[in-house]
Every structure is written in C-alpha cells, then in structure tokens.
Design a protein around this ligand. Structure first.
Ligand SMILES: [Zn+2]
Length: 238
C-alpha cells in the first residue's frame, strides 16, 4: 500500500467493529480524509488519545482501496484537553468541526487555506484568546467566505448605497429600504458592524464583547444553513 504523510485535525470519529474507529480529518495537503485507526478503542492503543476530536497530529497514512488506514500519529497540538475542560469552548469547537466537515464535502479536495483557518480557530479556543462563541461565529463566517459565500455588510447588495437597514441571506447581504426583498428582514446597524468584525477577524473592534448579539448569532446560523444547504446541528443545541 502507498503511504503518505500529512498533518491533520480530527473533526469527528465513529466506531467501527470491535476496537477500531473511522477518523474524519481535515488535512493540510490532502483535504478531508476518512481513515481507519485500528485498535484505537483498546486501552493500550498505540495511538493513545492522539486521534480524539480537535487533536492536531502528524500522520502517516496508508492508502486503502476503500478507506485509508492510519499507520502513525504524533501529536502536534493537544487542543482537545483545554477545549474539553470548558463547556463553552467545547460547544464552539463542535460548531467549528461540524462546519469544516460539511464545508469540505469532497475528500482529497485541496483546502490549504481552510486548514489554516481551522487550526487558527482551535488554537484561539485552546488559549482562550477570545470569547468562545465569538471565535466560532467568526470561524463560520470566514470559512464560508473562503468557500465563496461572503456577505456584503457595509452597503446595499443592489445599489451599493450605505444606508442598509435590511439583511437577506439568499440575496447575499445588506439591503437598503428601497431595494429590500420579501426575503429580507430588518437589521440593526450594530449587528452589521459586528458581523463585519467577525468576518474580518477584527478582534480590536470586538474588544470587551463576551458573546455575539442575538441577531448576529441568528444571521450566522441562517447564513451557514442556507449556503451549506443543511443546518449545523451543534449550533442548534448550543
Ligand atoms: Zn439599495
């Protein structure tokens, strides 16, 4: 079997047979990879806890006919422990991992920029760099933007005027009173400003903010659901 080396972040795991797991990873150079970790559920597994969700590892993977097989895993960053110790960070990490999983649909799609964004978000969560729900909201907006779905926030999507007072997910962003469609709804200016800061990763503008405005959270959720074409389960329960 051909071997390849890459680094990856564990997005989720699923039981397989008696002692194995299928590990879904976002890798730096091979996109999304699903690979079997043999014996990982045994107490003396050679993988230890290195293939748990949110772990970042250097991997040696054997190409299989249907599923690849993880041959070696060395920990690069133990994000899992500090994230799992804090419920809000854990919830935010679930939103982030689910978004990455759903966004990168095709396996072996090249997604270097998505990988860097994912690592940055988990690193910020593990270090408690900002409020967890701001980190996950910012990640969702930036990841979708990288995929080509960037909302227009500072001006009307139709006329470009700066007096936007409505927001429409299907129309792609802010709208003025003259152009707004029936799919839009009224939006407050602070919400648009907060969305802009989250989209740009402008943490200076978010200083002192402990959680997104309710309207901001709703728009992030709707934006993700509409463009991913399915709801983010972990956002609904958080
Ligand atoms: Zn307009």
């Amino acid at each position: 079997m051909a071997l390849y080396r890459d680094e990856g972040v564990v997005l989720r795991t699923a039981k397989l047979g008696e002692a194995d797991r299928i590990i879904t990873l976002l890798t730096r150079s091979h996109g999304k990879v699903r690979a079997v970790a043999k014996g990982v559920r045994r107490s003396k597994s050679r993988f230890g806890g290195r293939l748990e969700p949110f772990m970042r590892a250097d991997l040696l993977i054997a190409q299989g006919r249907s599923l690849d097989v993880i041959s070696q895993a060395e920990s690069l960053a133990a994000y899992a422990a500090p994230i799992s110790a804090d419920f809000e960070a854990y919830s935010a990490a679930n939103v982030i991992a689910e978004t990455a999983d759903k966004l990168v649909a095709a396996e072996n799609e090249r997604t270097g920029a998505q990988y860097r964004l994912l690592v940055g978000a988990l690193n910020a969560l593990a270090k408690h760099a900002h409020a967890p729900r701001l980190i996950s909201a910012s990640y969702v907006m930036r990841a979708l933007s990288l995929a080509g779905w960037t909302p227009r926030l500072s001006s009307c999507v139709v006329c470009g005027g700066t007096d936007a007072a409505f927001f429409s997910v299907p129309d792609g962003g802010a709208m003025c009173a003259n152009d707004h469609t029936t799919q839009s709804h009224r939006v407050a200016q602070p919400t648009l400003c907060q969305l802009e800061a989250l989209l740009n990763g402008d943490w200076a503008a978010l200083q002192g903010v402990t959680e997104p405005l309710p309207e901001t959270s709703r728009i992030v959720e709707d934006w993700a659901e509409y463009y991913l074409e399915r709801p983010l389960r972990s956002l609904r329960i958080s």
